[in-house]
Design a protein around this ligand. Structure first.
Ligand code: TXA
Ligand code: MG
Length: 351
């Protein structure tokens, strides 16, 4: 299959380009598009064949359900029932935006879309291309991140093309995304919200709207027997570069010294070593291939560059990757969650 890659204006998407994509979606084909978090791989959420195509194109296990993207809040009532009042407060506060809610599904949502679960994940994105595409196509769009399963999520159209060219009908290229890390997922099927995947919308922001919020204990540490994350996707080794990634946690100058020592040793051993540094530390490293993720003081830049930097490490064929930890203010939980998963929870404490 030829994949058509078309540039689209990210603020004022051209209707004729949206129409071309809409026709494909209505025919059950797949179209990748930008959202405010990462690029999504879209197909008709209510069409089982289209949903099955999404899993096939990504090489994704069929028990890992898809998020349904809507353009108007009312559409949630077509997909889900038994919606608690506190969930509606979260919608009012954060939609459109990077928040996905897990709700009791209605029968119109095929099992293929929900991986056989009786719940459905729903999100109303704020990115104009995503919203206008859903509106103009008249299709509610199931969209996982538009990467091949297991690879870092795509924050640019080039990343999508790297992974999915030849496997999908179209890529709408709206440039680099704004946030760079997938949406916060909150289970609202119980009496209290539970965070299943941390994201830009953090616990404090949610609690400001609904009071107490808990976090699925299974996402805080390495997946282990008996502690199954409620979001099936959080179980898989994910977001991962091909090289072996280790995170170093501790006071900055000690971390730099430890990474330098480790990089010196591995370089001498003949390995290709990459270091993920910051603007503040990049000149303090002396071995391996050093790439800056941005200023430590600017956490939005770190979040936006994270997957790009991991992909760069792959492009440069790095076999061993060392990275500083990023326990930043608002997005630290989300950034560290993705980084820990990418590292297979290989974390070294430096004292
Ligand atoms: O920001 C985002 O959410 C992006 C953009 C494209 O919208 N999408 C995204 O989709 O990250 P994906 O498929 O890469 O991640 C969806 C996550 C998976 O971990 C999946 O297991 C979980 O959502 N999920 C989907 N439906 C669920 C359900 N009914 N119950 C629990 N977890 C669910
Ligand atoms: Mg994903």
């Amino acid at each position: 299959m030829d994949t058509r890659i078309v540039k689209i204006n990210q603020d004022f998407p051209q209707p004729e380009i949206l129409e071309e994509a809409s026709v494909l979606l209505r025919q059950g084909e797949l179209v990748a598009f930008p959202t405010e978090t990462v690029y999504g791989l879209g197909g008709n959420a209510l069409d089982e064949t289209a949903a099955a195509r999404i899993y096939a194109a990504k090489g994704r296990p069929s028990d890992n359900p898809l998020i349904v993207h809507i353009a108007e809040e009312e559409q949630v009532y077509e997909l889900a029932g038994q919606i608690p009042a506190y969930a509606e407060s979260l919608m009012k506060a954060f939609w459109p935006g990077p928040l996905t809610l897990i709700l009791k599904k209605k029968s119109c949502v095929p099992d293929t879309t929900t991986g056989g679960l009786d719940t459905v994940a729903v999100r109303m994105p704020s990115h104009p291309v995503a919203r206008e595409l859903i509106r103009q196509s008249g299709v509610m769009i199931a969209a996982p991140s538009a990467n091949a399963s297991g690879r870092p999520s795509p924050t640019r159209a080039e990343h999508v093309a790297e992974d999915l060219s030849g496997r999908i009908a179209m890529i709408l290229d709206g440039g680099e995304v704004g946030i760079g890390i997938e949406s916060t997922i909150v289970d609202v099927t119980g009496t209290m919200p539970v965070i299943l995947r941390p994201g830009y919308i953090n616990r404090a922001m949610l609690e400001a709207v609904t009071g107490s919020v808990t976090v699925d204990p299974a996402i805080l540490e390495k997946p282990q027997a008996g502690l199954r994350p409620k979001a099936p996707g959080m179980m898989y080794r994910h977001y991962a570069p091909r090289g072996e990634l280790t995170i170093f946690e501790g006071e900055q100058s000690s971390v730099v010294a430890r990474i330098n020592a480790a990089a010196k040793e591995k370089t001498a051993g003949g390995y290709r070593v990459g270091i993920i540094a910051t603007e503040e530390t990049k000149n303090a490293y002396h071995y391996g291939w050093i790439i800056s993720i941005g200023e430590r003081s600017n956490e939005s830049t770190i979040a936006r560059n994270l997957y790009h930097v991991l992909r760069k490490m792959d492009e440069a064929d790095m076999e061993i990757i060392f990275c500083e930890a990023f326990h930043t203010e608002a997005m630290g939980a989300a950034i560290m969650n993705r980084l820990c998963k990418a590292a297979g929870y290989r974390i070294e404490q430096v004292s």
